[in-house]
Design a protein around this ligand. Structure first.
Ligand SMILES: NC(=O)c1ccc[n+]([C@@H]2O[C@H](COP(=O)([O-])OP(=O)(O)OC[C@H]3O[C@@H](n4cnc5c(N)ncnc54)[C@H](O)[C@@H]3O)[C@@H](O)[C@H]2O)c1
Ligand SMILES: N[C@H](CO)Cc1c[nH]c[nH+]1
Ligand SMILES: [Zn+2]
Length: 428
């Protein structure tokens, strides 16, 4: 069911075309739907958001904003093992992200001038937490922990209700543990539009972060400029690079771990071994039998999955850099040797025990990652996604006198005599 493609063969061109279309950039239908939702929410506020929630999620939610005591109750009633697992994960994520904090600094120079940088957290941030085909408490952790470390003043979370209109309790537990300030039961493009413009009840935020399906990712892209966004974190992707030493059982399992997220998920094996390719196909069939989300996995593997057969490992590295996947697993004999040459990937997993779900839930690096080839220029969500910087300058009279002629000369070259004047008047 997952197709084999040979590097430089005729299928390769078709394969890359399909990958590009999947991003939604060329999908005019999704953009048209999302544009209409954005426009309706901008004009209609909460009534429009609620109408879309009813249309797409099945029912009006039990609460629009989840009351604080409902979040507290979810925490007290939660399975202690689940809470413990989340706390272990929170510890790892916190430890990793604490190392990302940017530095404020003050540079006092010998002539008495002072130059500096001040770093602080954004005031108000909107977190999107997916909840359509599955609920993602782990995404609450990945969004909220770096926001807290950066010093964000207010965290507003949006997430779709369950089919019966109630909030997902596991998501509320994660929100409670991470200190999320407000939670609204609304998902999809309508929730993104509400955060961008603000409604009667949902506050307008400075930045929207978090992963979501193609409607969520497209809404963020279209609203960039009205609001800041983190990146395009759309349907999940994995690219596994493997040689003949890799275990096909692990390869197949890891490919399917991302295929189960979404029909639009993409799972690609790039290998130098035709034997491994065939064994992986057999393993996919065998393991599929006991997995639950078969329809999604099959659809995604058939439409956006591929096994690319390369002649050399160098060719495989080039292929990985060209695809720029969200997750890149290296199951080559000496995985650590390749890190320096892998330029385009959200997160790199090295060796057979760094299975992708380890990163999704536990190890510490963020799982909100760029998709659709945007790992060429976007980075994982992190503390700096929630920071803003201001620089500051203090100069003495004597230091400005020394710099005066240079500044005036450049200002006059630019034809900006008012700039030059602002310096000159100080010494007349
Ligand atoms: N890149 C990352 O970092 C990352 C991390 C975690 C999850 N993900 C991705 O997040 C996504 C989660 O998707 P999901 O669907 O389960 O949840 P979701 O919360 O992203 O989307 C559900 C919402 O989509 C909207 N929607 C559904 N069908 C629609 C339609 N026909 N028209 C308009 N709007 C519609 C609805 O409003 C619904 O509430 C997956 O694609 C997964 O791969 C990505
Ligand atoms: N793999 C997803 C990012 O693409 C993150 C996630 C959350 N839960 C499970 N997986
Ligand atoms: Zn995952």
């Amino acid at each position: 069911m997952i197709k084999k493609i040979y590097v430089n063969g005729k299928d390769e061109v078709e394969f890359f075309k399909q990958l590009e279309e999947r991003s939604g950039e060329t999908d005019k239908k999704v953009s048209a739907v999302v544009n209409e939702i954005i426009d309706t929410v901008r004009k209609g506020g909460d009534a429009a958001v609620k109408a879309y929630t009813e249309k797409f999620d099945g029912k009006l939610p039990e609460y629009y904003e989840v009351p604080r005591d409902v979040i507290n109750d979810a925490l007290t009633e939660a399975d202690p093992d689940f809470v413990n697992a989340l706390l272990n994960s929170i510890e790892n994520i916190t430890d990793f992200h604490n190392r990302q904090k940017s530095r404020s600094f003050v540079n006092t120079k010998a002539d008495g001038c002072i130059l500096g940088q001040k770093v602080r957290g954004l005031d108000k941030v909107g977190l999107y937490v997916p909840g359509g085909t599955a609920a993602y408490p782990s995404s609450v952790l990945m969004n909220a922990i770096p926001a807290k470390i950066a010093g964000v003043k207010e965290i507003i979370m949006v997430t779709p209700p369950l089919k019966d209109g109630t909030p997902n309790k596991d998501i509320l537990v994660a929100a409670g543990l991470c200190g999320v300030d407000r939670v609204f039961m609304s998902g999809g493009a309508q929730a993104i539009a509400a955060l961008a413009y603000g409604t009667e009840e949902i506050p307008k935020v400075d930045k929207i972060v978090g992963p979501g399906n193609i409607y969520v990712a497209t809404a963020k892209k279209l609203l960039y400029g009205v609001v800041d966004i983190d990146m395009v974190a759309g349907p999940s992707e994995i690219l596994v690079m493997a040689d003949e030493t890799a275990d096909p059982k692990f390869v197949a399992a890891d490919l399917m771990s991302q295929a189960e997220h979404d029909k639009l998920a993409s799972s690609i094996l790039v290998t130098t071994s035709e034997k491994l390719a065939d064994a992986t196909i057999a393993e996919v069939e065998r393991q599929m039998a006991y997995l639950e989300r078969k329809d999604i996995i099959k659809y995604s593997l058939e439409n956006y999955g591929a096994i690319i057969i390369c002649n050399t490992k160098d060719e495989a590295v080039d292929m990985a850099n060209r695809c720029a996947p969200e997750h890149l697993e290296v199951l080559f004999e000496n995985p650590l040797e390749y890190v320096g040459r892998l330029d385009n990937a959200g997160s790199i997993f090295l060796g057979q025990y760094a299975s992708e779900p380890l990163g999704d839930y536990y190890a510490g690096p963020n799982h909100v990652l760029p998709t659709s080839g945007t790992a060429r220029f976007f980075s994982p969500l992190g503390v700096n996604s929630f920071e803003k910087r201001s620089s500051f300058i203090y100069y003495t009279e004597e230091a400005l006198r020394q710099a005066k002629d240079d500044i005036v000369l450049v200002a006059e070259k630019e034809g900006l005599t008012a700039h030059a004047n602002a310096i000159k008047v100080r010494f007349e």
